[in-house]
Write a protein that binds this ligand. Structure first.
Ligand code: NAP
Length: 286
């Protein structure tokens, strides 16, 4: 029997005015998990700044928030650039007021054997996935500290931060950095009233994922490969995100919460046959 399915997406979860006084900036908020979290915060009264590069993604994120009756603005931002991040926060502030909650969700990944990855490939992934959260978090904290006002940061990680990610080495290394950043920054900024937490999703398939990730082995019969016997649904991730950023998590900071149906702990006594990353990647080539 699988773990019970989540309640319907519009089930009342937290009070509907939980984020009535908040502006939530979500990087990568126009696709997948970021879009689902944008909807989740909007359902609870938050005003949303969707921050990413592509016009199409920005429009899609704003439309998703408006579809649940919320207010959202599109903020063109490249998280690899501290200047772009600063300009994005300025624009969000001008349109909605000071950002009070930051969700570092944008990331990049593609499966590749480490020895085949170019220096540029390494830099692209680590700059988006690790530099981005650092630039956004420090921009956010400088502004909250100057205002002497509290805030919350949520970093979306991945459990291969702890296990390593063969075939996804730069992303795994960057996510390890993010999990560690959560711990450092939570201590640095707790005296300023700023909480910093991480959320580590397991398998949450969605239509916006690049084909290369949709095609990974096990994506077809994944329900049979996860101890929970089901994949995660986007709105249950949004519930965890909104809880961690809400006043109901007021004493939780420096925590990396796993939401994956126990998938990362599955190793057990039965060792699956080992396939080297290089062999698997070659077998995928036409
Ligand atoms: P996704 O759909 O591929 O979204 C990535 C987002 O990041 C896009 O909206 C993209 O928007 C944005 N982005 C990429 N580069 C950017 C840049 N330089 N500046 C600003 N924004 C940028 O990913 P997802 O599956 O929803 O994953 C969201 C988060 O969850 C990521 O941190 C991922 O590592 C984590 N995660 C996901 C899963 C899963 O099963 N889906 C599992 C574990 C962890 P633009 O193209 O418009 O810039």
């Amino acid at each position: 029997m699988p773990l019970a399915p989540p309640r319907p997406r519009d089930t009342p979860f937290l009070p509907t005015d939980t984020f009535a006084d908040d502006v939530i900036l979500i990087t990568g908020g126009g696709t997948g998990l970021g879009k689902a979290m944008a909807e989740g915060f909007a359902r609870l009264g938050g005003r949303i700044a969707i921050a990413s590069r592509s016009e199409e993604h920005l429009k899609s994120g704003v439309a998703a928030v408006e579809a649940v009756g919320g207010k959202a603005v599109a903020i063109q931002m490249d998280v690899r650039s501290a200047e772009s991040v600063k300009a994005g926060f300025d624009k969000a502030e001008q349109l909605l007021g000071p950002v009070t909650i930051l969700v570092n969700n944008a990331a990049a990944n593609f499966p590749v054997p480490a020895e085949e990855l170019s220096a540029n490939g390494w830099r692209a992934i680590t700059q988006i996935t690790l530099d981005g959260p650092y630039f956004c978090s420090t921009e956010f904290a400088r502004r909250r500290i100057a205002l002497e006002a509290p805030g919350a940061i949520l970093c979306i990680g991945a459990t291969y931060a702890w296990t390593g990610g063969p075939g996804a080495a730069p992303s795994a290394a960057a996510k390890a950095g993010v999990a560690n950043l959560v711990q450092s920054l939570s201590v640095e900024w707790a005296p300023d009233g700023i909480r910093v937490n991480g959320l580590m999703p397991g398998v949450f398939p969605h239509e916006d994922q690049p084909q290369v990730l949709k095609d990974l082995p096990g994506r077809v019969d994944q329900e049979q490969r996860i101890p929970a016997l089901r994949v995660g649904e986007l709105h249950e991730l949004a519930w965890a995100a909104t809880f961690l950023c809400s006043p109901f998590a007021s004493y939780i900071t420096g925590h990396n919460l796993v939401i994956d149906g126990a998938n990362w702990l599955r190793r057990g006594l039965k060792f699956a046959p080992f396939e080297p990353v290089r062999d698997w990647a070659r077998s995928k080539k036409p």
